[in-house]
Write a protein that binds this ligand. Structure first.
Ligand SMILES: Cc1cc2nc3c(=O)[nH]c(=O)nc-3n(C[C@H](O)[C@H](O)[C@H](O)COP(=O)(O)O)c2cc1C
Length: 184
């Protein structure tokens, strides 16, 4: 096999496809914001912690710094176009859930709403924020997880049915719709 060097600034493009989330937050004056993120990972199961990396100029990040709550929504293939609309740069205070024609639902533990068209959602409280290069790492504690009943089978995401979206880069995504199991 021959190998070639990739531009360092694009190193993450070979760490792909990446799970993609839509993060909902609220500003101090209660305005709802939503935006997609694919720099995300679980970091602890006890306590349940999840991280995402955001450019500090994003409204999402500014809301997280100030109000310290978020909902992480897991989108499926069905809402790819809507997800793309939430990624547009709207002025501060514009509700991207409404712009995308998605449905917001009241959360139980936090102020930001969850998105009804999601496969699953996690209500989270910001645990800590770390400065990391041109992104900042936001670590949240998961307080509640809701999942569509048909989205899980035997305790795993039922990918044959619900097709999560994985980000390849730019406008390209992979639809996670089949599983491969290790041989005995
Ligand atoms: C699929 C996808 C994944 C993205 N992932 C990230 C990410 O991980 N971190 C980030 O800072 N921006 C990411 N972005 C860009 C933001 O979603 C985008 O700049 C958005 O307008 C930010 O909105 P806000 O200012 O309302 O928070 C991503 C965009 C898309 C379409």
């Amino acid at each position: 096999m021959e190998f070639t060097d990739l531009d360092l600034g694009n190193f993450y493009r070979v760490l792909a496809p990446r799970p993609t989330i839509i993060v909902t937050t609220v500003s101090p004056d209660g305005k709802v914001n939503a935006a997609p993120f694919s720099f995300t990972m679980p970091v602890s199961s006890k306590p349940p912690l999840i991280a995402l990396a955001s450019v500090p100029s994003h409204h999402t990040y500014q809301n997280l710094e100030q109000t310290r709550e978020m909902v992480i929504n897991i989108p499926s293939e069905d809402i790819l176009q809507e997800l793309w609309i939430t990624s547009e740069k709207f002025p501060q205070g514009v509700n991207e859930i409404e712009k995308a024609g998605l449905t917001q639902m009241p959360s139980k533990k936090v102020k930001p709403p969850w998105i009804n068209e999601s496969l699953a959602y996690m209500e989270c409280q910001v645990e800590r924020i770390l400065e990391c290069g041109d992104h900042n790492l936001v670590i949240g504690e998961v307080l509640k997880v809701g999942v569509r009943k048909d989205a899980v089978k035997d305790g795993l995401l039922n990918v044959e049915l619900v097709k999560p979206l994985l980000h390849l880069g730019g406008k390209d995504f992979v639809v996670g719709d089949h599983r491969k199991t290790v041989d005995e």
